[in-house]
Design a protein around this ligand. Structure first.
Ligand SMILES: Cc1cc2nc3c(=O)[nH]c(=O)nc-3n(C[C@H](O)[C@H](O)[C@H](O)COP(=O)(O)O)c2cc1C
Length: 226
């Protein structure tokens, strides 16, 4: 998509938001627009879980749309007694995988950064991983992809986790989250994870929109229902 097409799509999406309200215009496919919320207690079976939330927006806590939704999720999860660790991928010391294979997909990474020293130990002991991203050119942010590629050093050890994805976007067309949704499904399949919740917050390109959207309560409910 060239810049002109992107602007045209963005304009049309903006018009849709204006006419129909945040994210309400296209609830046709629950998997790509809206949210998938677990039944109360169905994920944890009533026990307290260890949860790792990976935020990836470079926006500040008070401006970010995706971090707003993840904070609502965290509030819900804590209200249900779960232990939550939040990692700020956009401001942490991180490095993209170099593909050197010195880890052999099952060992320490050559980088001794915040991913290796802080996030990875938390992820390895977690029951549930929550990937949070603004939609960037119809995929996840580079900040989140950097984390995902570093799964390489512990791919097998990260098998069997439960997972959630939360994404925010400016556009509200029903195909907005299609590519990211497919990527997430494939990641879940490859990592042998169990998907337990999804938030696809279309039409939420700015903080006031997401705060008044239905996605805020949906995010809280996913956490509280775990
Ligand atoms: C580099 C960049 C790429 C973006 N690409 C898209 C896109 O492909 N589709 C879309 O709907 N919004 C796109 N957006 C808008 C963001 O997804 C949207 O503003 C989101 O709410 C930002 O979330 P945050 O505040 O948590 O960072 C883009 C924004 C940036 C900065």
């Amino acid at each position: 998509m060239n810049r002109r097409e992107f602007l045209k799509v963005s304009y049309m999406a903006g018009l849709t938001v204006f006419l129909s309200g945040c994210g309400l215009s296209a609830m046709a496919d629950e998997k790509k627009v809206g949210a998938v919320i677990p039944e109360k207690g169905s994920v944890s079976g009533g026990r307290n879980m260890k949860i790792v939330v990976v935020n990836s927006s470079p926006h500040s806590d008070s401006e970010s749309t995706s971090k707003y939704l993840s904070s609502r999720f965290v509030d819900g999860a804590k209200s249900a007694g779960h232990e939550v660790f939040v990692f700020d991928a956009a401001n942490a010391d991180t490095h993209p995988c170099r593909g050197c294979d010195s880890c052999g997909m099952d060992g320490p990474c050559i980088f001794k950064d915040d991913i290796e020293n802080t996030l990875m130990p938390k992820m390895l002991e977690a029951d549930l991983l929550v990937l949070v991203t603004p939609l960037y050119y119809y995929g996840m942010s580079a900040q989140l992809k950097t984390i995902v590629d570093r799964f390489y050093s512990r791919t097998g050890k990260l098998h069997g986790k439960k997972s959630i994805i939360m994404a925010t976007a400016y556009n509200s067309a029903d195909w907005t989250m299609e590519a990211l949704s497919q990527h997430y499904d494939t990641l879940v399949r490859y990592m042998e994870w169990q998907d337990v919740g999804q938030v696809w917050a279309t039409g939420c390109g700015a903080r006031p929109l997401v705060e008044k959207s239905e996605f805020a309560d949906m995010s809280y409910k996913i956490g509280a229902n775990l």
